[in-house]
Structure formats: C-alpha cells, structure tokens
Design a protein around this ligand. Sequence first.
Ligand SMILES: NC(=O)C1=CN([C@@H]2O[C@H](COP(=O)(O)OP(=O)(O)OC[C@H]3O[C@@H](n4cnc5c(N)ncnc54)[C@H](OP(=O)(O)O)[C@@H]3O)[C@@H](O)[C@H]2O)[C@@H](O)CC1
Ligand SMILES: [K+]
Length: 479
Amino acid sequence: MRYAHHVDQVRTAEAALMAALPEGALMQRAAAGLAATCAGLLPRVYGSRVLVLAGSGDNGGDALYAAARLARRGAHAEALLLDPAKAHAEGLAALRAAGGRVTDDAGAFGRADLVLDGIVGIGGRGPLRPAAAPFAAMARRGPVVAVDVPSGVDPDTGEVTGPALRADVTVCFGTHKPGLLVDPGAGYAGVVHLVKIGLDLPPAPVEALQGADVAALLPVPGTESDKYRRGVVGVAAGSTRYPGAALLAVAGALRGGAGAVRYTGHAAEEVVRRHPETLISDAGPARAGRVQAWVVGPGGGDGAEHALREALDTEVPVLADADALTELARLGPDLLAGRPAPTLLTPHAGEAARLLAGVGEHTDAETVAARRLWAARLIAARYGATVLLKGSTTVVADPEGTVRVNATGTGWLGTAGSGDVLSGLAGSLLATGLTPLDAASAAAHLHGLAGRHAAGPGAPITALDIADALRPAWQSLTG
Ligand SMILES: NC(=O)C1=CN([C@@H]2O[C@H](COP(=O)(O)OP(=O)(O)OC[C@H]3O[C@@H](n4cnc5c(N)ncnc54)[C@H](OP(=O)(O)O)[C@@H]3O)[C@@H](O)[C@H]2O)[C@@H](O)CC1
Ligand SMILES: [K+]
C-alpha cells in the first residue's frame, strides 16, 4: 500500500520530530536520500553536471544540501537561485564549501546531466511563478528530479493550474503527497521514490493499493463453494437501442469472481448467444430472483429510471453506472437515502459533472478531470455513496472520507464500452461480499492491468479485449 498525507498532517508530524532531533537533522536525512537517488540516476557522479533550481524555502535547502553531497563526490554542481535574497543560506554555504557555485545562466538547465527541482515543495501554492515558469517549456538533456513535489503541482490535490516542471523522478520525504498520486499532478511526478525520515503520521486520507493488496482482497472460492455461495450478480443493462452495453457488462461480471450472472433487460437474446452461462430473468430487479448485488445502467436508455428505482428498492448493494447516473443526477440524492445496503456510483467526468449539478454544484467535465479528488469526495459526501471516478488515475472515494487512487490504467482503456466492462467487474466483486470501497478499487486495478495486458507494447484494444484480459490480469496478481 502507498499512503499519502496532506500538507498539514506532514507539518504536524515534522514539528513533533524536529523537536526531538538536533537542528537540521531532518533536512540532512532528506538530502542524503535525495542525493543517493540522484547518484543512482547518473552514469557516474564524478564529472557530471548537476543544476539546482533553488527557491526560497526548505525545499531549496534540501536540493542545495543534496547537490553539496554530489559535489563532494566530484560532480560539477551549480545552483540557480530564483529568489537570491531568500535562498536557503546554510544549504548554499554547504554547496559552496563542497566546491559548487551559483550561476545565473538559464542555459545551464539544458546542459545539465541532472536537474534538481528545489523551487518549491509542500509550501507551494499555484503554478510556477514568472522567474521559474520558462523552465517548464525548456529542452532538457538529463533527468529532472523533483524534490518532494514537482514545482507547480498542488501537493494536496494534484491540481495544476499553470506552468509546472515535469519531473522524471520525484523523491518525496516521509510520505507521499496526494498530488503525486492523482492526475494531473501524478503525470508530472514521473517515478516516485519515498525517502523515510521517521515521521509519525496519522491514518492516511489517500491510499493507493499495490498488487499484493489487491491480491489479498480478491475472493477465493472455498472447497464447499457453489455458484450461489460465491455470489450472484444481477445486471440490469442494455436496451433494444444499446444491446452491446449489456454484453460488455455481463462479460465483465462473468470474470469478476461471482459464481453466476443474472441478466435482466432487452438484450437477453444477444446476451445468451454471446454468454450462454448467463441466467436470464424476464422481470426487472424487483422480481428477477436472488442476487447479492445489482449493476444497473449501462446502455439502459429509457428504461434506466425504472431499473434504477427497482434495484434501489432491493436490500443488496447497487452499482449505478451510465444512464442510471443520469437519472440519479436528475432525481437527486434523496433517492439513495435510507437504503439498507450501500450504493456504488461509477461516473466518468461528464457523468460526475451531472451528479454535481444534481446537488447544485454546477461544473463541467473538464473541471472534474482537473479536480478529481474534489469531485469524487464531494459526490461521495453529498450522495452518501461510494464513488469510482473513471479517468486517468481512477479515484475511489467513500462517504466516510477514505480515498483510494489507482494508477494501473493506460490511455488505451479509453475505448467504447470499456466502462461497461468495469461496472460488470466491480458489481461482480460486490456480489462476492467486498465492500464498495474494496470492490471499486480492486476492479479499477484489475481493469487497468487488463487494459495493459490487452494493449501489449501498445495497440488499440476493444472492450471485449479488456474483458478477455481480465483472467490473465487476475492471474498476474494471484500467481
Ligand atoms: N515537512 C517535512 O517533514 C520536511 C520538509 N522538508 C522540506 O521542506 C519543504 C517545505 O519547505 P518550506 O516550508 O520552507 O516551503 P517550500 O515548499 O520550500 O516553499 C517556500 C516558499 O515558496 C513560496 N512559494 C509558494 N508557492 C510558490 C510557487 N508556486 N512558486 C514559487 N514559490 C512559491 C512561498 O513563499 P512566498 O513567496 O509565498 O512568501 C513558500 O513559503 C518540503 O517540501 C521538503 O522539501 C525536508 O527538508 C525535511 C522534512
Ligand atoms: K520541488
């Protein structure tokens, strides 16, 4: 598991630890870890050109001390001070003592074998300021290593509102920051290395499951299991106009761990032809027969409201997607109030914007994509439901405030019907007894892996390719 903490939590833990340590000890721990990572990135430290972009705070201090360590090993280290009057005095003295020097030649950026971005860290707000902004667009020769956070990325949210410095590697201290795990910020962070510095931190508000965490969640049928004990997932999807969504949701559900899939809707014939193992019910969710979770909405068309209302009237968890979300946004969160079982909503950015409009927060898909944590948390809180917000880095938020992010996805997943497979998969995991938070985060992880598996080194994929790749994706976690 990767854990991420907010800036105020880091500051509190830092203050407690600093009080117990000799002055400067924490910064030396950070600088030592940073210098070690940089040394590993350089073919050899001796003779290589290292440039520090140093801002006005301790982030610049970390970078200067790290450069001093590299200078002591023979690197040509230079520092470009963005706010010379406020540069970290002790760090600068250490760099000079080690043979490094200050430069005001911006061309050093393009010549450096490695650039340390010490412009701003957790003290940062907003985009790069004018003195640093040109570096965001400048050609580079060697890797850029962000110190703690890529400058210009909001550490708490991952929001990027203007120029920011794209890093190849980010070395963060004590804990991850949410902005390193959530896009668009995550896209600026590159590979993230954590340097532990001994902070005593509270429970993390944002976490990212790793392969082993997901493997531990996935259901394993016992020897006594039969299809009913493993869980039956109901799928109310598809319409005469959109039968394909039903096929894809069922395809995902069949590979999601439930023992059986029960389908109800207008695409029964197509579903059985393609997936003969599916149980078919003529009645809607209210009378379709026993299931442990309902998936409702993909390709639902005009019938989506009726199916949603019937599913919500049952006593089992409900996953609402696509047309069911549009209906929910129109009808408002009261529709979910008082349900005896949890609800999982799986919007893409456009549907999320509709759900937000349903609670009086008028926004658009672009804003949702740029403010993913905000959007997912707000929908979860206002609808009292768990939310899986699809897109680059999927964000899962539950109404209690826990957030999980998933980074296994690939751009190739952005293909028609991909979301239908995901909702079937997540619904299937719900039916096996996982909580909405676990079902959604495991499904997002598996779906992302399946997309990568299907796309291989890089090729367009179809939604059915993703469904077919769910089995090898699952095996790659449990094997
Ligand atoms: N916490 C820990 O456990 C440890 C922390 N450590 C390190 O300390 C770092 C935090 O240092 P910090 O508090 O001095 O703040 P920092 O990020 O350097 O910013 C300095 C000033 O920059 C300014 N500024 C704001 N936005 C800006 C922008 N967009 N572009 C340009 N400038 C901007 C703003 O000042 P302003 O100009 O607004 O007055 C702000 O006060 C942390 O990230 C880590 O590297 C480690 O050493 C050890 C353990
Ligand atoms: K930085």
